[in-house]
Design a protein around this ligand. Structure first.
Ligand SMILES: [Zn+2]
Length: 307
């Protein structure tokens, strides 16, 4: 399964106003959505479907609405597979989006003969750290957006609640939130595409869902959300490429083990320690790279256990 999101051109609003049978979006300040399932039928030997996407002419056919112009999704080349459903979303900014879920059909049944493996660890400072020593960070523009967001939020706190200017500022805030969300998403897709094209076996940690619910730290929450998106994307990307993806259990002590001699350490319990030296073999470690190397080795063990 994969999900593609398109902007619905403003024409959609006019379409919307005219068709009374459609669900209406009542509130202006809440994100709202409705979903329709894709239904296929065959008539005189031709197949019909109530949801269709034409990426050449940038149009989507939606039930009851007919053809609506869409603006594309940067990373989408083609839609490969069966459309499962479409969700029309009205964001708080007043913009309309349609998100289409597609069931991938072009899956390589024949697996590649793996020639390389990579372990990945997730950090807060760097988003992804690989066992090859590569570090991928969050896009720089996010910091810029976040700074602007803080400034505008301060402005909002000085305005009279419910006033015209207050609502305008709120709309600006929503827009920045969406910008941040989109740049995170595009960055993640870029990282996953790179990892899946360069490596045959990819190993990551399994996300601790229980820990996620309990956690109230915002930075950690955002990182967890990014990480679960990365895992989800890696899963289907490796699957359609006939590659392998493994997830290591979270209780596996990847950051507490020396990747060279397997000696355990307590030094890394302190999260501020970025570099450390193994007491036994004296190897110098970068905390995150060492963890990703351990994750890679654990994945290799899983791979040979299964194949
Ligand atoms: Zn060691």
């Amino acid at each position: 399964m994969r999900c593609a999101i398109f902007n619905l051109e403003d024409a959609y609003k006019n379409f919307f106003a005219k068709r009374a049978s459609l669900p209406t979006f009542k509130s202006k300040y809440r994100r709202q959505s409705y979903r329709t399932n894709c239904i296929k039928s065959t008539y005189k030997g031709r197949e019909y479907s109530n949801i269709q996407i034409d990426l050449i002419n940038n149009k989507i056919k939606l039930p009851k609405l007919g053809l609506v112009d869409i603006r594309g999704y940067r990373n989408l080349e083609v839609i490969n597979g069966n459309i499962v459903n479409a969700t029309v979303i009205k964001e708080t900014t007043g913009k309309y989006y349609v998100s289409v879920v597609v069931e991938e059909i072009e899956i390589l049944e024949k697996k590649v003969i793996p020639t390389n493996i990579v372990g990945i660890d997730l950090g807060i400072k760097d988003l992804v750290i690989t066992s090859d020593g590569e570090k991928y960070s969050n896009p720089k523009e996010i910091t810029k957006h976040e700074k602007r967001l803080k400034r505008i939020q301060r402005k909002l706190s000085r305005q009279i609640k419910g006033s015209k200017n207050y609502l305008k500022t709120k709309e600006k805030i929503s827009k920045i939130h969406i910008k941040i969300k989109n740049s995170r998403k595009h960055n993640i897709i870029k990282i996953v595409n790179k990892l899946a094209s360069e490596h045959d076996i990819i190993v990551s940690e399994k996300l601790n869902v229980k820990g996620m619910i309990k956690n109230h730290n915002l930075a950690k929450m955002v990182t967890d959300a990014s990480f679960s998106k990365i895992c989800e994307l890696l899963k289907w990307k490796t699957r359609i490429k006939g590659k392998y993806y493994y997830q290591v259990d979270t209780y596996y002590p990847s950051s507490k083990t020396c990747s060279r001699c397997s000696e355990k350490t307590e030094i890394t319990n302190n999260l501020n320690i970025r570099n450390w030296v193994c007491e036994k073999c004296k190897e110098e470690h970068d905390r995150d790279i060492n963890a990703s190397i351990n994750i890679m080795f654990e994945g290799l063990r899983l791979h040979y256990g299964m194949n």
